[in-house]
Design a protein around this ligand. Structure first.
Ligand SMILES: Nc1ncnc2c1ncn2[C@@H]1O[C@H](COP(=O)(O)OP(=O)(O)O)[C@@H](O)[C@H]1O
Ligand SMILES: Nc1ccn([C@@H]2O[C@H](COP(=O)(O)O)[C@@H](O)[C@H]2O)c(=O)n1
Length: 201
């Protein structure tokens, strides 16, 4: 397939990246999203009590070689076997999903712009910029509801690794963005602009 366009959607944890992807997928069903989270390395020994024993907010937490390989394949019009990640048990699942090539590929995650090899494979770079307090509240709710976490583990993890990791590895990558979207998934005007951009494909 020629002319595959890769769109990056990055931003801090809880900024609203996934929500944006869900909303634009409703309007443009013919795109595919690759979540960077699916490329986390497994750390099965982690639980709510030792949550900071593996740093999920460091670039080394991701299998970036596999990300590069898969994005290159999608750009060439080849299908990939995308891994699936289990946030409750902190491990890559045994199954994978076959992702068929599409004209528009979205790559979404907290450290999408950290590695130059990945950046160079992305055509349009979007950064979702949401204040820390809002992100923390969203994350707390979501992690307790969906990711099997306790309030104490969310707070400990946030203070010890998530917040420092955000300022060291994520916030600086905003400088690579072509577009900055304030407040994430309910920014209707930003969604309209993105939607109009996608209509050409
Ligand atoms: N604009 C918003 N207003 C209220 N809640 C939101 C908004 N955007 C996202 N959320 C909620 O916040 C949580 C985190 O959002 P999500 O899109 O998963 O963020 P990210 O993918 O950046 O971590 C989710 O539970 C989501 O439903
Ligand atoms: N087992 C894991 C893996 C990752 N995290 C946290 O997820 C955040 C990134 O995902 P978002 O959907 O919030 O963008 C990241 O900040 C990690 O701390 C985790 O808690 N457990």
């Amino acid at each position: 397939m020629n002319n595959v366009t890769v769109i990056g959607i990055s931003g801090g944890s809880g900024s609203g990246k996934t929500t944006i992807v869900k909303k634009i997928s409703e309007v443009h069903p013919d795109l595919v999203c690759i979540p960077q989270d699916n490329y986390y390395r497994s750390a099965e020994y982690i639980n709510n009590e030792n949550i900071t024993a593996f740093n999920f907010d460091h670039p080394a937490a991701f299998d970036t070689d596999l990300i590069v390989e898969h994005l290159e394949m999608l750009r060439k019009g080849e299908s990939i076997q995308m891994p699936l990640y289990d946030f409750v048990n902190h491990r890559r699942g045994d199954d994978h999903i076959i992702v068929e090539p599409r004209k528009v590929v979205i790559f979404e995650g907290i450290m999408v712009y950290f590695d130059k090899r990945v950046r160079d494979l992305i055509d349009l770079k979007i950064f979702v910029d949401t204040p820390d307090d809002i992100r923390f509240i969203r994350r707390m709710r979501r992690d307790i509801h969906d990711r099997g976490r306790t309030m104490e583990s969310v707070i400990t993890q946030y203070l010890e690794v998530v917040r420092p990791g955000h300022y060291e590895f994520i916030e600086p990558t905003k400088a690579f963005a072509d577009l900055i979207v304030p407040e994430g998934g309910m920014n209707e005007m930003a969604l309209e602009v993105l939607s109009a951009f996608l209509k050409q494909f």
